[in-house]
Write a protein that binds this ligand. Sequence first.
Ligand SMILES: [Zn+2]
Ligand SMILES: [Zn+2]
Length: 237
Amino acid sequence: MKQKYDPIGILFPRRCPVCHELVEERGELACDICRTRLSYVRGNYCQKCGKPLLTEEQEYCADCARRPHQFQRGRAAFAYDEIMRRSIARYKYGGRREYADFYAEEILRGCAKDVLRWQAQTLVPIPLHPSRRRRRGYNQAELLARALSARCGIPVDAGLLKRTRKTRAQKELSDRERAVNLRGAFSLREGAVPCKRLILIDDIYTTGSTMDEAARVLREHGAEKIYFLCISVGKDS
Ligand SMILES: [Zn+2]
Ligand SMILES: [Zn+2]
């Protein structure tokens, strides 16, 4: 069943993205107590990819200090831990589409200043391969982009990027394998000219190979400044 836009949970009782039980408080997107269990990215984080950092002296994470990226900057709301792993798994594979509203609110709570500063003209979700999207029924990155758009007013262009090649699940692969796996995975909608400034939207940022490959294709077609927003970001290695 397609869930209608129901921001305060009147028509459909909402489930908490942390404990997955029904949220008792009308109009809330998560239980109060569950919010205290989340690891928000606050204070010190990588100035490139948004990964939480251990010391204040660091400007970049080990990965960003070592190699250049195709994007300008990115931010995420939460550090990727066991709670987020479960939450996002239910969002992606368990049909919990309503979690998109919670994630979007938390992302903007922490990153609204950056979003304003970036002055992007479009939000572009990282696409799924059409066969995967059909099986799942939705693209989690697109739902998140729409929830963000409803709150920040930047329009979504969900068809701009296409996944033209099926790729292996990234989590099984090493850094180097990930980059090779994704090479040529994306293309642009035929005849499309991307905006100069845009924000890529995805659920998780880990090594950045997905963002880099998507950004590379967009830059090849004339995009100039590419940023990203994610629900969750992996720890520095
Ligand atoms: Zn809860
Ligand atoms: Zn980084």
